[in-house]
Design a binder for this molecule. Structure first.
Ligand code: ZN
Length: 502
């Protein structure tokens, strides 16, 4: 059984975009694949984000089960940016399941697969967030790809830094990834090959435009991806199980919402001014550093404005999480809220959030929900305490302390819940079927007639797979090894700035 499964990920590929371009006959190869596949919208997990999205795709579990809510932990004791990696998964990723059942596996550019660890039979090129040569197992493979003039550098090479040739170089990388895939499948055939293209996400963030539907340059990038898909379809044997999927969709962004300024206005958060070089401070400032807290908890102008933790009851723990935490005594390092006061704060917060209205039409933007109502599983304890559940998706709540409440967005487009999938396997009926991102891993395992772990959020039956026997096995207690050094985590933190998350 060689090259029996090929998974192609397209980070940020959006179902409404693909659907419309298909209708306009601009994606002939997606059309070819559609005729052979189950396909449609793939609903991602909340929040629609690369970290929890790919973790859910490849475990069949939601964040409440695998414990990944963002690139950082959302319940950091010290308010510092504690990175999450593949080592923090509480559920087994599919490549380890396949390995456990004796299958050979190849991984290329899978977000949240770093740091690399050897596979018993196969290879792994991970998705590091720092400049490193330590992202490949076996290590010699990178050198070999370089010698073949294939895509051998990490994804970081294509982060947007305002460069003029960003768009074209992203398209060139799509071509190089395809050539790399063909080389690896020819020279290192495996039972299951996984590769993610990350360029559609990058291009969408910066070239989307002002509307719900993207501008022409983004559409042309989808067409470039279509050509790559055509090359892959022509290359693989007809009986290969081909699964194409994305981790989230996309749409325009109207505003960033500086939620901390609202919390401060209602007395749930306080800030203080601290000394920055030789600037004379306004009265009331204490000149103390904001020890170790994340960069987003401070604002830099003439002086630094930082969160005053002992006087703060509620805060947003990280960008992109749509969450709020109670600054709880004995849980957070400088927590000040007594447990007996949580109910009163919660009620107050619910009213405050309900009254955050759209600056353009006055409608309500968010509903405050307890994370227990949004997520389920043993790892809900790692989620933020509350979720700002959006009623509209074009406003990004952010923990920034910069001036203003609704401000110009940092990115033209942000993620949405509606990703896309195509599932081409003999056992799967070809039809339009909307599924959840957690359904992919159990469906793949079911088609390969391998056991599916019991109790996962995902469901293999939703695709109507034509194999009667679903083998269930007890949920694996997936071990966390914690092998990444503090220095490496700091370097990754720096890289997230370039990705636009900070
Ligand atoms: Zn993105």
């Amino acid at each position: 059984m060689q090259n029996r499964l090929l998974f192609i990920g397209i980070d940020g590929a959006s179902w409404p975009v693909i659907e419309k371009l298909l209708q306009n006959n601009r994606l002939p190869n997606f059309k070819r694949l559609k005729a052979l596949s189950a396909y449609s919208e793939l609903e991602t997990v909340f929040p629609p984000h690369t970290g929890p999205g790919w973790a859910s795709m490849f475990t069949g579990a939601g964040p409440g089960q695998h414990g990944i809510y963002q690139f950082w932990a959302t319940q950091s004791h010290e308010y510092n940016p504690a990175l999450t990696t593949v080592e923090d998964y509480s559920c087994e990723p599919i490549w380890r399941t396949l390995e456990r059942h004796g299958k050979s596996v190849g991984l290329v550019n899978i977000p949240m697969s770093h740091p690399p660890k050897p596979l018993k039979n196969g290879f792994m090129i991970t998705w590091p967030l720092k400049q490193t040569i330590q992202y490949c197992e076996p290590k010699s493979l990178i050198k070999e790809l370089a010698e073949q003039n294939l895509h051998y550098h990490s994804d970081l090479i294509n982060m947007y830094r305002g460069q003029d040739d960003f768009y074209q170089s992203s398209l060139d990388i799509i071509d190089k990834r395809t050539a790399t895939l063909k080389y690896l499948m020819s020279n290192y055939p495996v039972d299951a090959m996984f590769m993610v293209y990350t360029e559609i996400d990058r291009i969408s963030h910066y070239f989307w435009g002002e509307n719900d539907f993207p501008d022409e340059l983004v559409c042309q990038a989808y067409q470039h991806m279509d050509t790559a898909l055509g090359e892959i379809l022509d290359f693989i044997p007809n009986d290969t199980m081909l699964v194409v999927g994305s981790d989230h969709g996309f749409g325009n962004c109207r505003y960033n919402l500086n939620i901390h300024n609202i919390l401060e206005k209602y007395g749930l958060l306080q800030t203080k001014l601290i000394k920055n070089d030789d600037i004379i401070l306004p009265p009331g400032s204490d000149g103390l550093p904001n020890d170790g807290a994340s960069a987003w908890f401070q604002s830099m102008f003439n002086y630094k404005r930082v969160v005053d933790w002992p006087n703060t009851q509620v805060y947003m723990p990280t960008p992109g999480c749509f969450g709020l935490n109670i600054n709880l005594k004995h849980r957070q390092k400088q927590g000040c809220v007594e447990e007996k006061n949580i109910d009163a704060i919660s009620k107050n917060l619910k009213d405050i959030v309900a009254n955050i209205t759209d600056p353009d039409d006055g409608s309500q933007l968010f509903e405050l929900q307890l994370s227990e109502t949004v997520y389920s599983g043993d790892e809900v304890k790692l989620a933020p305490d509350y979720i700002l559940m959006p009623k509209k998706w074009d406003i990004m709540p952010h923990p920034s302390l910069d001036t203003g409440i609704f401000v110009a967005p940092t990115q033209k487009a942000i993620h949405r819940m509606d990703g896309v999938y195509f599932f081409n396997a003999r056992a799967v009926p070809s039809q339009k079927t909307k599924i959840k991102i957690t359904d992919i891993t159990p469906s793949i395992l079911h088609c390969l007639e391998l056991p599916i772990q019991d109790g996962l959020d995902g469901d293999s039956e939703v695709l109507g797979i034509n194999i009667m026997n679903i083998i269930k096995e007890k949920k694996i207690n997936y071990k966390k090894s914690g092998a990444m050094s503090a220095e490496e985590k700091q370097l990754i933190e720096n890289q997230l700035v370039e990705l636009g998350y900070l």
